[in-house]
Design a protein around this ligand. Sequence first.
Ligand code: ADP
Ligand code: MG
Length: 686
Amino acid sequence: MNMDSSVGELSFVGPTYERRLEKLGIKKIEDLLNHVPHRYLDFSLTSPIALAQLGETLTVRGYVATIKNQYTRSGKKIQIAEIADATASVLAVWFNQPFLVRILYPGAKVSLAGKIDWFGRKKAFISPEYEKIAPGKKTVHTGRIIPIYPETSGISSKWIRGRVKEAFTLNKSGLLEFLPDQTLKTLKLLTLKDAIESVHFPKNLRAAEKGKRRLAFNELLLLQIKNVYRKLNWQKNRPVYKFQIDETLIETFISSLPFVLTSSQSRGAQEILEDLGKDIPMNRLLQGDVGSGKTVVAAIAAYASCKNGYETIFMAPTQILAQQHFETLTGLFKSFGIKTSLVTSETKKSEVKKADIYVGTHALIHEKVNFSEVGLVVIDEQHRFGVEQRAHLVKKAGRKTVSPHVLTMTATPIPRTVALTFYGDLDLSTISELPAGRKRITTWIVPPGKRDGAYSWIAREIKQEKVQVFVVCPLIEESEKETMTTLRAATEEFKNLKKIFKPLNVGLLHGRMRIKEKNEVLGRFREGKTDILVSTPVVEVGIDVANATIMLIEAAERFGLAQLHQLRGRVGRGEKKSYCLLFTQSKSPKVLTRLTAMTKSISGFELAELDLKLRGPGELFGSKQHGFPELKIASWQDIELIRASKKVALEAFENPQKYCQLIDLNIQLREYGTASKEKTYKKSKQ
Ligand code: ADP
Ligand code: MG
């Protein structure tokens, strides 16, 4: 047996248990040893029974004097035993475990651990941990600090403890260190073997913590190595064309804009232009709150690309946003002789007009455009595209070993630690401020009892202030695609609100509509003909209607904070005071904490950091399907360890000699490298 062996090789692990363990992500011995307890019980105090005090948590060792099953008045069976040692005896009580009388028969030597409490008028261990004492063997479940593991149905911590003990005993000589001594010393990390031992069999809680820190470091290091590898791999590409950046031309374009750039927009644009002038292709992520003005920054890059004589592709996550980007870009470039073309499901391949900038969704651009010389690919709301999709498009736009410059944008504020861990291969530009003059949006939580009141208030606002309202229906399933259930919910809500708000005009927008229909609905809303627009969550991002001042979100608890924040960003774009109403039926304190944060914080970054703490990164984007691996051992709060892992990863690539023991990670790296290559290869052959 070695670290790569299946857990099936351990005693008591047959196919059923293998399946259960797999639910915990455990397949190999290595996974089991890296299954870190989420807490510990301290049973290390062992005491003679005579000295055991009420309220104490401790271990006693003795023999079973008597044991019996007893029925309670409610007909349940309890097990009552008397355990004695040389000093005294004490009661132990369990509930509904009638088999215990067979295991703990009178005379059996036993070790018990738990808290001493009252049982009727007597002192007793209530549901203590127990194990029989075998000569020459150390106890596993009592008499020490006991790990409590993440469990799944059919697998208890007690069971895991036994398997971990066996796995560790049989494999400890195989736990080879892969980090150089010096690195361990500098970072104050335990060796791999010590770490695993400390995590599962800690001498004290501090030791357990130190062990966990090392294993967390390993987890992060692996991610960081992948990042560095991806980045180096990307940089091996050559850009299709090297750009000449003509500052004066760019200045002219910028001064043609109807507003002055904010300083972080300028900085972002500057960083991008610098990348474009280099002879390695850009791979940059531009992040900025909703409404911070990312589009225009991308437009500046597109302008540079066009002025160099190359095509630009502008990808949006939805048709509606593509349309909106198309209109914006066409407006911005009108007087510069730059042609824009919108690629929709209705345009035929042969009809796609030759242009400098193609705007559309990923799928459409993919199908319908024959590129000639793509200099730049802009991807809006990048988290909606899988890494694979992105790679594919970039490959298609470029040529085998060359690549266009790639700018991805996101309105989801990415907390620093996440950016460092998962987007470590991308360069990052951040727009940290909103254009001046934006007004604060008042946010309220609306419990069921206040629903009617909220509706009357909305009706009044519409009448008196002549404003418009977005209603976003709940996210029914954790899915990127709009499902039929989601659609039905929106349709129901639409009918419902039509009745409630009679005779106001209510519109419905969802992802299954044809683009023409969607445009008509949106057009009517823009022109102010529709008062209330009901939509599915899928159409969340980017729609820009200045007169819409109320955002009503149903079942707000189902959304991530970052997502709620994005939705809220749809209002507050004009002169009038804007509001966001978060409808929820939930009374859970955790939910209310999150939603209350929405009423207090206006910074997307603060909200994202908070969500990260409360829900984890998978939820950050509102869905677990973004290929966003959850950290199992490491924590998002640990910026120091995340930084250290990044540093070591870089060093390992610079100085492979020193890190020659990094075999395990290297193997995974190689696998990673070939896997991603094969995929791209297969796809592009289709
Ligand atoms: P997002 O970052 O959410 O994509 P947009 O690019 O859609 O934001 O910009 C939101 C709105 O702000 C647009 O109407 C845009 O014209 C406007 N805008 C962008 N930059 C500025 C600026 N510096 N000053 C004023 N308004 C701006
Ligand atoms: Mg945008």
